[in-house]
Design a protein around this ligand. Structure first.
Ligand SMILES: CC(C)(COP(=O)(O)OP(=O)(O)OC[C@H]1O[C@@H](n2cnc3c(N)ncnc32)[C@H](O)[C@@H]1OP(=O)(O)O)[C@@H](O)C(=O)NCCC(=O)NCCS
Length: 180
């Protein structure tokens, strides 16, 4: 069974350097390795250090049935390589809002413009295909690369949640950003 939201995906989303296709079960093994990597998950909203493949599978199955989530695999066009995941979450079809998530798990692909291309492409899809009007996200103040990539794609800082995130024995701000 496929979630209703994926009926909007008549073809894969194509950017300059990436293709976004539906996340498949066979992607999960690489995905869990990335999520458990402390140099990656320090930037993410959940601490995935203890994540098991069973829990990952459960999450994957729930996504298949969800009308509020669309999760994509990021494929680098140059080598047709799977490098990360991105998704639209908490899609509210009435207020036309959603939350954006992205992780490029293969660190060889950081800082080469792939993330900005993904963010541009998925934002364009959300606005022009799904007819959403507002996309928001949370990002930690120490994630300067992500903040820059979001700004590159037109996201604006709208709120700062002061010192609400504990990392490395320190409390950090969370920035709320949106595209509208
Ligand atoms: C965040 C992420 C998606 C960005 O993708 P990316 O492909 O690495 O980023 P891009 O190369 O497209 O853009 C990065 C921008 O940040 C800049 N940058 C990199 N390091 C920086 C730093 N320490 N301070 C300020 N800017 C920085 C780059 O110069 C580039 O800007 P430019 O294109 O204007 O020169 C990716 O690095 C990633 O998945 N990281 C781990 C998980 C994560 O942080 N997810 C987001 C959670 S909110």
């Amino acid at each position: 069974m496929i979630a209703q939201s994926f009926f909007f995906l008549d073809k894969n989303i194509s950017g300059k350097k990436i293709i976004l296709r539906k996340l498949e079960r066979y992607d999960l093994e690489a995905s869990i390795t990335w999520l458990k990597d402390p140099t990656v998950n320090k930037f993410l909203s959940h601490n995935f250090k203890e994540l098991t493949i069973d829990e990952e599978l459960q999450w994957f199955n729930s996504i298949q049935l969800s009308n509020k989530d669309m999760v994509f695999s990021i494929i680098a066009k140059d080598k047709n390589k799977y490098i990360g995941n991105c998704g639209l979450h908490r899609i509210d079809w009435v207020s036309k809002t959603c939350e954006l998530g992205i992780v490029i798990g293969n660190k060889e692909y950081w800082n080469k413009g792939y993330g900005s291309d993904v963010i541009n492409s998925i934002t364009d899809f959300a606005i022009n295909k799904l007819n959403l009007v507002n996309i928001h996200l949370n990002v930690y103040e120490y994630n300067n690369r992500a903040i820059k990539a979001y700004k590159n794609a037109g996201f604006k800082l709208i709120k700062i949640l002061k010192k609400n995130h504990l990392y490395d024995n320190k409390y950090w701000d969370t920035y709320v950003m949106e595209y509208s």
